[in-house]
Ligand binder design. Sequence first.
Ligand SMILES: Nc1ncnc2c1ncn2[C@@H]1O[C@H](COP(=O)(O)OP(=O)(O)O)[C@@H](O)[C@H]1O
Ligand SMILES: O=P(O)(O)O[C@H]1O[C@H](CO)[C@@H](O[C@H]2O[C@H](CO)[C@@H](O)[C@H](O)[C@H]2O)[C@H](O)[C@H]1O
Length: 447
Amino acid sequence: MTDLDAMIDDEQLVEWLTAQRWFASKTRDVAEVTVAEILTLREDPPFGIGLLEASFHAGTHELYQLVLGVERGRVALDALTSPPHAAVLADLLREQTVCESASGTIEFHWLPDAPPLPERTTVRPIGAEQSNSSVVLDDAFVLKAFRRLEPGENPELEMLRFLSAREFPNIATLTGWYEMHGDLLTATLGIAQEYVSDGRDGWELALDELGADPQRFLDRLHELGEVIGRMHAVLGSDLTDPDFAPEEPAGEGLSLLTATIDEEIERLFIRLPDDEPALEPIAGRGEEIRDRLQMMSHVGTGGRLIRHHGDLHLGQTLRTPDRWVVIDFEGEPARPLTERRRKRSPLRDVAGMLRSFAYAASASEVLRSNAVPADWEIRARETFLEGYFECMEMSLLPAGQRAIESLLGIFELEKAVYELRYELDNRPQWVSIPVAGIERLLEEPIG
Ligand SMILES: Nc1ncnc2c1ncn2[C@@H]1O[C@H](COP(=O)(O)OP(=O)(O)O)[C@@H](O)[C@H]1O
Ligand SMILES: O=P(O)(O)O[C@H]1O[C@H](CO)[C@@H](O[C@H]2O[C@H](CO)[C@@H](O)[C@H](O)[C@H]2O)[C@H](O)[C@H]1O
């Protein structure tokens, strides 16, 4: 047993873990939280990576990464956000250290082409609400520690490596990462990338401009569409890398897709709480949504399946004075890693962004009491799509406007259902936003 192990009070873990913003299962009944593993990075003073295992009454479990340090004689469960501790991780990255311990190895990597990470790095937390935890190193790099861990390479590392190698200009370039090879699992633990110091969060910018000058934000969306179109074209451009080469959808592609979404809708509706007033507009309408999905799926599919962002929305963009930057390529955190790595139609990303315009319009009214122009969302969609189609490699998309629109509608429904689950688990006070989206999709005529 390490010193860190002995210092952790197991009794407090359930309460502590379930209170964290990044704990992803707030609506599930936690039976127990235990320390499953500690991998030592330094003996004195003790510092290491801990794996917390949350077990649920349903019999499943999840693993979460902790960066463990000691502060004033007590163990800090969240040492990543404390500058002196995060600086140790920075040292390990700079030195490309390999830390061996009884239960596994942690390897730190810094890319040879990346700018050097200075000694005595300054560290500050990024200060944003997140699924993971990030700090800014030396005002030049962001180090993100993934919280929920699953075996395998994290898609964010794969995607940034691919796009950085092709010098795609609208990302924050990958500079390093750290990973564990342990008894319990082999997994990416974190990534480091360029810090975009002059970037404004696209979601915050949308809410501010929707209040002050809604046309200004619309004017920015053509370029955002162009960037996403170019990003998809690059992601579908390498026929030699099996992890990225575009694939033909199998013959049963669309029916498989709709069957999966159908199952998600069924599963979600079974566990919807009865006593949540925000759910009222869609209460008991699970069958109606599933019927709608079946009707939408009667238009043929086509196009290619490619690696894509997987969780694209305004909050995954930064706007600098001269460019859009796309961030956070790990896919939807509420889905299993194998699913997040799967090739799908790039229209899935497009639908995510379109849903985000709906979110921004609702949130601007609900959270900021702004009166958003009635046609804002439709104009946002049109402007973004125009830019996207101008720059996208069209052979990756289904042929014809009707097939594109139909597939987009299916993905928008899928996203809205995902968002409902996400908000129930993470931000119950936001539930009304995806509910309004689902309600509206139910009312729209089918193409
Ligand atoms: N490379 C970067 N440069 C500047 N800010 C960043 C960078 N990466 C992330 N951020 C900021 O941190 C926030 C959270 O990052 P994100 O990658 O979305 O984390 P998570 O995986 O936890 O959701 C973003 O909304 C953005 O404001
Ligand atoms: O950014 P994450 O990878 O953590 O993504 C998750 O959280 C997002 C919220 O932070 C959530 O996005 C939803 O809310 C956004 C506004 O906060 C909005 O722009 C998106 O359109 C909406 O989907 C995302 O779904 C979730 O996976």
